[in-house]
Design a protein around this ligand. Structure first.
Ligand code: GLC
Ligand code: CA
Length: 556
């Protein structure tokens, strides 16, 4: 495998609205990111991915962009962004922005012009269809609920397609002019000094045309987008063109938010000359999904988690580099999702960190994950900001749930869980701002915060620093980055064990239960590189792991 500049890096995702507020308006901002660069550098982070900070009406928290060449005034200015790029560069850090080009905002001039003249040039920037009778062109359900079709403003005889919110009209990638506009924008940012992009919702850009209905999977008579996406083919032409026109000539890093790729396409996506540098492994985060909705999801067990990770690792082998994560701005907090509630302790949080971080691929840390931020408990739908959770709440009500049951079923998956302000210290509003934040702080900030963990040698934050340091270790780094992944004692229940083998042989072991567990050792352990507990009982033949104990062993 040809070595790439980003292979040995650690990536950190910033949700700017909730990261750090420097002008005390309750909204995080770009200068807030610059102010915290030293904290991030010290954590061992190299690449920052910043969720959208462009002008936006915020129908979907910035994932609805009305100007691709500007910064939203609430986040700062283009000059602030330039200062951040320069400050990152001077610390050998890299910045990625979010590329949201499946759709734009309905307040983008392109859509406004399309509404003025649907038959003109900009009409063809979108998917616009005539409305003759009551029948919609197809029965696809948008991700945020309801049909993907909406009357075109000012033209009751026409309708446009939006696979997300109605304020996010889909861009028509079949139109070469649209693609040109997108490449122009990507290159503009890369020329400005940006190092790459995280690419939003990209699998949706290829629609299976002509439109047709799929079997309904809920009472509403609509069909999940999954069905269309499984049938769609030919996305590679767009993605290959985008790579050749933008990322490749800039040697930029790109990571795709890809769902539904076909197994045989994995190499096309992230192989040696893939469309993207990397793509996220969502197999554990989507485990238990139900077409009925969140209320019908199956919670994930430690065994399921292990199987998801192992299968993904085996699918990819050495064909490319997956991006590994336990949480992001669309998911619950990883520690709340993967660890059974009664077993959520400092040790189990550390174990989860070890298990995903040591997989082959690129580790992503989402803001607050490094201090073990947890889900926020919500008792009423009025406290929810996330449009996805609001929609899922109504889906649960329609399925016969009471309001309390519905909020109870939906709240563990709400995207707000990850979007509460970063907990910097124990002062009011967690040191995120002195003004009331746009979204309430998790009340546990007095116990869980970065300042306290900086002081505490035994904290999760200090533990994450050890993990990032191991990835960069002159002796073991190559093995952590390039080592082959081989499962160890796969069948042993609630044990997650695997080797990473290259210049050295590392054995990663985690006991994902409260009871201790004996594990036979395959050879002589030369050194314990990391241990999340104070003690360790091991002889030549076996090791006994305590409750949620995880170790990284250097083997002979
Ligand atoms: C992606 C983003 C999510 C957003 C959606 C539509 O899934 O991560 O936050 O709502 O795309 O842009
Ligand atoms: Ca601010």
């Amino acid at each position: 495998m040809t070595r790439k500049w980003w292979h040995d890096k650690v990536v950190y995702q910033i949700y700017p609205k909730s990261f750090y507020d420097t002008n005390q308006d309750g909204i995080g901002d770009i200068p807030g990111i610059t102010a915290k660069l030293d904290y991030l550098k010290d954590l061992g982070v190299d690449i920052l991915w910043i969720s959208p900070c462009y002008p936006s009406p915020f129908a979907d928290q910035g994932y609805d962009i009305s100007d691709y060449y500007q910064i939203h005034p609430a986040f700062g200015t283009l000059e602030d962004m330039d200062r951040l790029l320069a400050a990152a560069k001077s610390r050998d850090m890299y910045i990625l922005l979010d590329l949201v080009v499946n759709h734009c905002s309905d307040e983008h001039p392109w859509f406004e012009k399309a509404c003025q003249d649907p038959d003109g040039e900009y009409g063809n920037f979108f998917y616009i269809e005539d409305r003759q009778d009551e029948k919609l062109p197809c029965n696809w359900r948008s991700y945020f609920g309801g049909p993907v079709w909406e009357p075109l403003p000012g033209h009751p005889d026409k309708q446009y397609l939006h696979v997300f919110h109605k304020k996010q009209p889909d861009l028509n990638w079949e139109n070469p002019k649209v693609r040109e506009e997108i490449y122009k924008n990507i290159n503009w940012w890369l020329d400005r000094g940006l190092n790459g992009f995280r690419i939003d919702a990209i699998i949706n850009i290829k629609k299976c045309l002509p439109y047709r209905d799929y079997p309904a999977d809920q009472e509403d008579g609509l069909s999940s987008m999954d069905n269309m996406l499984e049938e769609a083919s030919g996305i590679g032409e767009f993605l290959g063109e985008m790579r050749d026109r933008t990322f490749k000539p800039h040697n930029a890093f790109s990571v795709g938010e890809v769902f539904h790729e076909k197994p045989e396409e994995l190499e096309d996506f992230i192989g040696e000359n893939g469309y993207f540098s990397s793509m996220f492994d969502f197999s554990a985060s989507t485990f238990g999904d139900s077409p009925k909705g969140w209320y019908d999801r199956t919670p994930i067990t430690p065994e399921d988690y292990k199987n998801c990770c192992f299968q993904a690792q085996e699918r990819i082998g050495d064909k490319g580099f997956l991006s590994n994560l336990i949480e992001n701005h669309d998911l619950p907090r990883g520690v709340s999702y993967y660890i059974p509630r009664e077993e959520l302790t400092l040790e189990s949080k550390k174990l989860l960190a070890v298990m995903y971080f040591m997989l082959r691929g690129l580790p992503f840390i989402y803001q607050g994950q490094e201090i073990g931020m947890e889900n926020i408990e919500v008792r009423s739908i009025d406290q929810v900001d996330d449009i996805s959770a609001v929609n899922q709440y109504h889906t649960a009500l329609n399925a016969g749930y009471s309001p309390e049951e519905a909020i109870g079923a939906v709240s563990p998956y709400s995207r707000d869980n990850a979007r509460t302000p970063m907990q910097w210290n124990a002062s009011p509003y967690a040191g995120f701002s002195t003004a009331r934040p746009w979204l309430d702080v998790n009340p546990n900030y007095t116990e869980i915060n970065a300042a306290a963990q900086e002081q505490d040698e035994n904290s999760l934050l200090r533990f994450y620093k050890k993990l990032t340091a191991l990835r960069k270790d002159p002796e073991y780094g190559n093995t952590v980055v390039y080592g082959e992944f081989i499962p160890y004692l796969r069948e042993q229940r609630n044990l997650m064990g695997y080797y990473r083998k290259y210049e050295h042989t590392l054995l990663v072991l985690g006991n994902m239960q409260t009871e201790c567990q004996n594990i036979p050792l395959p050879g002589v352990c030369k050194k314990v590189l990391l241990n999340n507990c104070h003690k360790l009982s091991m002889d030549h033949e076996k090791i006994t792991l305590e409750s949620w104990q995880a170790v990284i062993l250097l083997m002979e």
